[in-house]
Design a protein around this ligand. Structure first.
Ligand SMILES: Cc1cc2nc3c(=O)[nH]c(=O)nc-3n(C[C@H](O)[C@H](O)[C@H](O)COP(=O)(O)O)c2cc1C
Length: 171
């Protein structure tokens, strides 16, 4: 699939078929995340692939969102240490930026493989850390289900027009 087609096709899917995605596809998706750029090439993001049904259920319970949202064969959980990236001149830590780039590589690669994802940023972090035995120093920054969507077609969500968001020369 052409890059722009991937970008156009990607959407957040909230219902999934029970079939597990193929191992080679999962590996290619993780490889796309591995190749993402990070501050000073620090590569602080780790990915936890959760496929055992009891672990998938435990992660799902730890997310604590509306129970009708998502039945997925698996999750990928992304973590980074707040010290796993740089600090900019304004004194702000950049780890969330590194994380976002890596996780979006993963999500776009999944779309290129014909797989569905939904970035989940709203979850009970302490519970997720506990069920996956994630060391204290890491922050759970994003979770996505991964699988084949039940409804692959649908309305793409409205976006702001280019005129509203692009500024030439000055804001
Ligand atoms: C950082 C981030 C966090 C998100 N967290 C959630 C979430 O917790 N639950 C959810 O249902 N969707 C979540 N989403 C999905 C957004 O709601 C969705 O991307 C947005 O509405 C645009 O729709 P689309 O992805 O289908 O284009 C998140 C997306 C991003 C990028």
């Amino acid at each position: 699939m052409d890059f722009y087609e991937v970008v156009r096709n990607r959407r957040s899917f909230r219902t999934y078929q029970p079939e597990m995605p193929e191992k080679e596809k999962i590996e290619r998706i993780l490889e796309a995340a591995r190749l993402a750029p990070t501050w000073a090439n620090l590569q602080g993001v780790h990915y936890i692939v959760v496929q055992a049904p009891e672990n998938v259920k435990a992660v799902w319970n730890a997310i604590e969102q509306d129970p009708k949202f998502i039945e997925t064969p698996m999750f990928i959980v992304g973590v980074i240490s707040p010290n796993g990236s740089g600090t900019n001149k304004s004194g702000e830590k950049y780890y969330a930026v590194d994380f976002g780039i890596c996780f979006e590589h993963l999500i776009l690669a999944a779309a290129a493989e014909g797989l569905a994802t939904c970035w989940i940023g709203y979850f009970n972090e302490e519970k997720v850390k506990k069920v996956l035995n994630i060391p204290k120093k890491y922050k759970v920054m994003g979770i996505t289900p991964l699988g084949y969507p039940i409804k692959p077609k649908g309305q793409v969500k409205e976006r702001k027009s280019i005129e509203k968001i692009v500024h030439y020369e000055q804001f």
